[in-house]
Design a binder for this molecule. Structure first.
Ligand SMILES: *Cc1c(COP(=O)(O)O)cnc(C)c1O
Length: 386
């Protein structure tokens, strides 16, 4: 049996699958088991920010694997110490500590728990079309009813308000609100870009109500939107920030960054076995250093602006709107996106959906201008065909 048949036989069945078997990657390129090459605008759902098999990350992982792979947080560790210092050094101002975890959902879980712990309140406000992950707490704050419904009852005390609507937020905020959780750009929800006034005033409303602001930068973090964190576009000062995806060059890792208004975190209140393991920390340290050395946020900003201009020149009736910030780009179609993703794959370009009608691009930030031109040409052919 080949890999496809073996997976079909033994996999859980949770995932819609595409009919290719990926076996190798380098930079923004992937290869399948037949040796066919693809330009990757999926990046493992936005993970491969520094490119596939980034040499600096590979070297750090190899070295650390020969030194120490696991070490729980009850002991101190040299690489973890360095990683924490580096992570906090690039975080938005006011975020001065971090809990290290293993995924985006787990980072969101941590942020929700810390918000409840710190405020002594139970209520959480989230936004419509949000995505915060699939574990029970994170899922409670995720909007998409198809993801939520089969698992109800979820966490009590969660309300969803329209993204961008300050009146609705004002109305929802009460004496029992622990926090608002919000994305600066909604990723899975369709690449919906938050406005400065909305986000800044939302922060002000939270503080006035004694609630905390949790910003979910799991998808927008680490240069994706043209700044190291999307918060920086709007001078936001979140109390808690969830990050993951690109944090460690593809090695599973997440973190909750913790601000000075968060109280009551004492030994024993929360934890996770794999959190802060030296292997992930070594990968994370190498990935962040690479982002800084190569100014990946700046690259994302320049390349993203070029892509938006190029895509804007496509004359295709099927395009409803093009939205983007840095290299987080959504093309909203007047049709379902799935057939177009399939056609792009046949052209050697891998892209993502965001909801039913948005074609989403999350390429590695190291993607070359030539590769981006090839991607845009393929998109033009596919959207103007037939
Ligand atoms: C992907 C994502 C998550 C969930 O991360 P996982 O690692 O899949 O658990 C949470 N929030 C946002 C904004 C995401 O894009």
């Amino acid at each position: 049996m080949d890999a496809m048949q073996t997976e079909q036989r033994y996999t859980s069945g949770c995932y819609p699958k595409r009919e290719i078997t990926i076996v190798r990657g380098e930079g923004a390129r992937l290869w399948d088991d037949a040796g066919r090459e693809y330009i990757d605008c999926v990046s493992g759902h936005g993970v491969a920010i520094v490119g596939h098999c980034n040499p600096a990350v590979v070297e750090a992982v190899c070295n650390q694997a020969q030194t120490l792979i696991t070490c729980p947080e009850v002991f101190y560790n040299d690489v973890r110490a360095q990683f924490l210092e580096r992570l906090v050094s690039i975080a938005p101002p006011g975020l001065e500590r971090a809990l290290l975890v293993n995924s985006g959902a787990e980072a969101v879980e941590g942020a929700l728990k810390f918000a409840r712990l710190s405020t002594g309140r139970a209520g959480i406000i989230a936004t419509m079309r949000s995505f915060h992950g699939r574990t029970m707490g994170a899922l409670s704050t995720t909007w998409e009813p198809n993801y939520r419904k089969p698992f109800e009852p979820l966490l009590p005390g969660v309300t969803h308000v329209p993204y961008g609507n300050l009146d609705a937020l004002h109305e929802a905020l009460g004496a029992d609100t622990a926090a608002l959780i919000v994305e600066v750009v909604q990723g899975e929800g369709g690449v919906n870009i938050g406005e400065s006034t909305y986000l800044q005033q939302a922060q002000g409303l939270c503080h006035a109500a004694g609630a905390l602001l949790i910003v979910d930068e799991v998808q927008t973090g680490f240069g994706r939107t043209g700044r190291m964190f999307a918060c920086e576009h709007h001078d936001l000062r979140p109390d808690l920030m969830a990050v993951a995806k690109g944090i460690a060059g593809g090695v599973p890792m997440g973190a909750v960054l913790i601000g000075e208004r968060v109280e009551s975190i004492r030994p024993g209140v929360h934890g996770t076995t794999f959190g802060g393991n030296p292997l992930a920390c070594a990968a994370g340290l190498a990935a962040i250093d690479y982002m800084l050395e190569h100014d990946l946020p700046g690259q994302a900003q320049r390349k993203g602006a070029w892509v938006l201009e190029r895509l804007g020149a496509i004359d295709a009736r099927v395009i409803r709107e093009i939205r983007g910030l840095g290299l987080m780009i959504g093309i909203e179609l007047r049709a379902r996106v799935t057939p177009y993703l399939k056609a792009l794959m046949d052209e050697g370009v891998l892209a993502l959906p965001a909801g039913r009608t948005v074609l989403r691009l999350l390429p590695p930030l190291v993607i070359s201008e030539d590769e981006l031109a090839t991607v845009c040409d393929a998109i033009e052919r596919v959207l103007t065909a037939g």
